[in-house]
Design a protein around this ligand. Structure first.
Ligand SMILES: [Zn+2]
Length: 139
């Protein structure tokens, strides 16, 4: 197993993760420092869920692999609680949720509340163009 993507702290032999924190192994560094997960809920289950999600998109070896969304749809259908857990962490890292004692107890940030309060997006709103500064008045 390679740890060459991480530095080792010579003072204690621990790995330094991409977030600057110290870890006993590279999977921990990836769990906290790359995936942005934490120790709440079922941490190894959420790591493995994320790994399976990434595996679905791994095109390095098998050109005839199934269409990734089909694999991911089954992964989510078979693990809905884990999908909800991981999504909550991702929204926390988007600064739309603030992590409670457990991610299931998270609450909205100001930006999260803004999105809720704006209401649902319509197709017209999604595809609305900027007003053209070159268009004649009244058109
Ligand atoms: Zn958490």
């Amino acid at each position: 197993m390679t740890t060459e993507w991480l530095e080792t702290d010579p003072a204690n032999g621990m790995l330094i993760g991409p977030d600057g924190c110290h870890y006993a192994n590279e999977k921990q560094a990836a769990h906290f420092g790359l995936l942005g997960l934490c120790g709440c809920g079922n941490p190894e289950g959420s790591y493995n869920f994320c790994r399976q999600f990434l595996q679905a998109h791994d095109s390095r070896t098998d050109d005839d692999r199934p269409w990734p969304p089909d694999i991911v749809e089954k992964l989510v259908a078979n693990n809905p609680a884990m999908a909800a857990h991981v999504l909550a962490h991702l929204f926390t890292h988007l600064d739309l949720l603030e992590h409670g004692g457990s991610v299931g107890g998270s609450w909205l940030t100001t930006d999260g509340a803004r999105i809720v309060d704006m209401g649902e997006m319509t197709e017209g709103e999604m595809h609305q163009n900027y007003p053209s500064p070159l268009a004649p008045e009244g058109r």
